[in-house]
Design a protein around this ligand. Structure first.
Ligand SMILES: [Mn+2]
Length: 313
């Protein structure tokens, strides 16, 4: 590829160029997704939708900022503390950002479900970047069509099980997912919760943020394994599950959350679970500082890919 640094057309030695010398147009500089190409195992999709948020908007810029922050992660061929290079074990491609008509949220729902159906029917897995948390509902519909009701592993400050709200609402998605039979509540778990919910009638197991911070990641993993077992599981990570000191760039921050260290240890420890997909939502770069939130999100996403790679062997 010829560019400004290399107008002779001779290959650049990427290993010796600076991190930002090549613009990370895709997450981790994975190749662009070609649906016709053989071998792709995981498809990344950006979903720049923030019309369903109740608080501060701006998560439409999330996918772009997560991809940019991933430039900090590319140089390390074998990510610590793993003992293999991701590229040697997993074929990942980036489909770019999903198109929809601004001001018409139903086009987002329709386009996202159709895209997800196509990817999953081809036998591929999905890693999706929000966007606000509403995107999880169309994604869960497509995943449940493919796999049946799923065990949900959900990191968040909020349960997002509120029954009111509007038709397109980032706080009601798991209420609707239960109503639609997309998730198996008996085997689903929410982690990092620290806002009000109806404790007597709540269908999910909850590990609240104070419990997580007192007990630590090993105890969290034990509870996840007990709850999920060998069932197919979908991981939905709202970045506001992290404490605002670790993820200030989000629309509805709540103090007293998880550290990024704890979250990384939990995600990294999910090897052996039957994970079928992940979304990472609510990154809002307008409220971020020094890419703290985007880097945390990119790192969590990369850990998820390493877990998928480790599960293959
Ligand atoms: Mn939340």
């Amino acid at each position: 590829m010829a560019d400004a640094n290399n107008n002779q057309g001779t290959p650049i030695n990427v290993a010796h160029s600076s991190i930002y010398a090549t613009h990370p147009a895709t997450f981790m500089q994975f190749p662009p997704y070609d649906p016709q190409a053989e071998g792709t195992e995981v498809v990344i999709t950006g979903i720049p939708f923030d019309l369903a948020c109740t608080g501060r908007s701006g998560t439409r810029m999330g996918p772009k900022s997560i991809r940019l922050a991933s430039a900090n992660l590319i140089w390390e061929g074998i990510r610590w503390p793993w003992e293999f290079a991701l590229d040697d074990h997993l074929r990942v491609a980036d489909a770019g950002d999903l198109h929809f008509s601004y001001g018409e949220p139903q086009t987002l729902v329709d386009n996202l479900e159709a895209h997800a159906d196509r990817v999953l029917e081809a036998g591929r897995q999905m890693l999706s970047f929000g966007g606000d948390h509403f995107i999880s509902l169309p994604l869960l519909r497509a995943h449940a069509r493919r796999h049946g009701p799923l065990a949900l592993i959900h990191f968040d400050a909020h349960t997002d099980t509120y029954s009111g709200g509007t038709q397109y609402d980032h706080g009601t998605i798991f209420h609707h997912a239960v109503q639609e039979g997309l998730v198996d509540t008996e085997h689903s778990i929410q982690i990092g919760i620290r806002t009000t919910y109806d404790r007597r009638n709540h269908p999910f197991e909850v590990l609240d943020a104070a419990w997580v911070n007192d007990q630590g990641p090993a105890a969290v993993l034990e509870r996840i394994r007990q709850r999920v077992g060998s069932r197919k599981a979908y991981l939905s990570f709202d970045i506001d599950g992290l404490d605002p000191t670790h993820a200030p760039g989000t629309g509805t921050p709540v103090s007293g959350g998880l550290s990024i260290d704890c979250a990384l240890k939990v995600v990294r420890g999910m090897t052996g679970l039957e994970l079928v997909g992940m979304d990472l939502v609510e990154v809002n770069p307008a409220y971020d500082h020094a890419e703290i939130t985007s880097l945390a999100a990119a790192t969590l996403a990369l850990e998820f890919l390493y877990v998928l790679a480790a599960n293959k062997s």
